[in-house]
Design a protein around this ligand. Structure first.
Ligand code: KG4
Ligand code: ZN
Length: 351
């Protein structure tokens, strides 16, 4: 089965072809540089960029793989959650392709796709506990199978990636700053008492990162020399970051990873049938989080799946892969498929 995947939920435009669970090829265009000028994603610009880029990327993908549109057995598209205008571009494009080729259409939950993405390279063991940590979401799921997800916990305010990016912005790092915090943290032992581990003295599996962001703001207010005066480039950052700034980054990295560990271990204590832990989304690229989650696996003798770095952030391959599994399970949508904005639950409305 050959499935085309289309991703336009935020600021990456992605298309990919997956054949029988293996990636045949993909094209990805990042808009990061465009949005960096504004210090965050501008929804209107994101939609326009997707509309401009999608046809060319699809053409290049078909040329590179030698596939014809007529060979495609299914069209999978990210239908949410995400920026509504951006999603509408991908969903409309997918509907047009489905209409013209006759290939069935399936809308894919972007968050499920992140968690299934490592399945392109590794065998995933189900039932699994899924930790999805991205710029927009921090969710814990029980994943019974590639088409059965139950939400166990979620962030009540900022997502983990959002917390990274907002802290980086306070320090005048380049946008999006999560990876720069991680890079500066490397090689510096954290001060585990510098920042409070947020929202863990309770009995639930939810997250709240806004207090941590404020704690960093207060720390920076007491140590104003830590923040750069203006936004700096990556080279300046690496060259001029002093030990105090590296310590703050290492301590922030540690505190986020520790928060996620505590809730993941709590979820594991409450679920008996789980055979593996899958960590996915952009923040799954974080070196401290990968180290801590590998440790959880070792201490519990649980298989931990951490996607290759290129599969952590948004891409079309994960949409094609997740969509293929939905289609194989007999699940598809008709042309009335709706896009779902961030904050609303993606319905299970297959036909
Ligand atoms: O999953 P993703 O590509 O997009 C969304 O669906 O949100 O995640 C992007 C997020 C950004 O917040 C980015 O700063 C963060 O992932 N990120 C990282 C790292 N690499 C990317 N955060 C911490 N450490 C990293 N190494
Ligand atoms: Zn994402």
């Amino acid at each position: 089965m050959l499935t085309l995947g289309i991703e336009t939920s935020c600021d990456e435009t992605g298309v990919a072809l997956v054949r029988d669970g293996r990636l045949l090829g993909q094209k990805l265009a990042s808009q990061v540089d465009v949005h960096a000028l504004f210090g965050g994603v501008v929804p209107e610009i994101a939609s326009r960029e997707h509309q401009k880029l999608l046809p060319g990327l699809l053409h290049a993908l078909l040329q590179e793989t030698g596939a014809e549109l007529e060979d495609v057995d299914g069209i999978a598209v990210a239908r949410g959650p995400g920026l509504l205008g951006a999603l509408l571009v991908g969903v409309s494009f997918a509907k047009g392709l489905s209409l013209s080729t006759g290939a069935p259409l399936v809308g894919v939950n972007h968050l499920w796709a992140h968690l299934l993405a490592p399945g392109l390279e590794d065998e995933l063991l189900f039932p699994a506990l899924g930790l999805l940590v991205s710029g927009g979401h921090t969710h814990i799921y029980h994943v019974a199978s590639p088409t059965q997800f139950t939400l166990l916990g979620r962030t009540l305010d900022d997502a983990a990636g959002e917390a990274f990016d907002k802290v980086a912005k306070q320090l005048n790092f380049p946008y999006p700053g999560g990876r720069y915090i991680d890079e500066l943290a490397c090689g510096t032992p954290p001060d585990a008492r510098m920042l409070p581990v947020p929202y863990v003295d309770n009995d639930n599996l939810d997250f709240s990162f806004s207090g941590l962001k404020t704690a960093v703001a207060n720390y920076v207010a007491r140590h104003p020399q830590l923040a750069f005066e203006h936004m700096v480039g990556a080279e300046v950052l690496e060259r001029e970051a002093d030990p105090g700034l590296r310590l703050l980054c290492a301590s922030f990295n540690h505190t986020v990873a520790e928060t996620l560990r505590i809730k993941v271990e709590r979820a594991l204590d409450r679920t008996e049938d789980v055979r593996s832990l899958i960590v996915a989304g952009g923040v799954a690229a974080n070196s401290e989080l990968r180290r801590v989650m590998s440790g959880v696996g070792r201490s519990r003798q649980l298989h931990v799946t951490l996607p290759a770095l290129r599969l952590c952030t948004d891409n079309g391959a994960m949409i094609a892969h997740a969509g293929q599994q939905l289609l194989q399970a007999g699940l598809r949508h008709d042309l009335s498929l709706e896009a779902v904005p961030r904050g609303r639950t993606v319905p299970l409305d297959w036909c």
